[in-house]
Design a protein around this ligand. Sequence first.
Ligand code: 6PG
Length: 243
Amino acid sequence: MHNAPALVVTQLKLQMTDSVADRMMIHPCADAEAVAQYAANAVAESAAAAISARGVFHWVLAGGTTPKRCYELLRDADIDWPNVHIWFGDERCLPVGDAERNDLMADEALLNHVPIPPVQINRIVAELGPEIAAERYSALLADAPAMDMVLLGMGEDGHTASLFPGNPALDDQRLAIPVYNAPKAPPERVSMGYAVLNAARRCLIMAVGKGKAEAISRIRHGEYLPVARVENSEWLIDREAGG
Ligand code: 6PG
């Protein structure tokens, strides 16, 4: 029975992936604007609850383009911004101020428009390269409480943050992980690990547009893509992506 172990592992993996697909909490949204509206309302709601309960709101921002509209909508939200602490789910190893950096998009869409004390915006120093930046961010995260809200996007290959299919980062247990050979430029990044993402009180994953439909379908059929390893998440999926 030398094949027995492989058979057992496969079955276990299928069981895990089936439970992931069964466990998906999906909020179907008509379109990108509806996704942005839902996400913005959820952030405002979580912020009020966190600040009422603990005096602070720790919020992990998503990179990419999907969350931009949500951030823009939040400029006018009634949020107690001086008690908000910002974190980044990942950052691209590019110079500060580079147009492709995730923190630049967040600055332009939201952070430059609301009164969050700069010391409470925990940027990833990705300009120093993956190893140093991951080490520094892991140290910051080690002293941080559980995140109240995590926003994540999803790539067409089912990646999230900078956790890509088949990349060694997927099995790295560190709080912040150096990422190399990312298939989505730039190749070097820093990503929060599942230890942080899965400890959050609330996590929203946004998937918008027909380009994301295949990955959503693969997850619904039980494929354990990197984004599917984020537990207890709420999925905001528009019609084009299969919501
Ligand atoms: C990044 C993001 C990444 C992003 C997805 C979706 O640095 O690229 O962190 O995980 O969320 O690739 O990107 P879009 O929202 O642009 O489709």
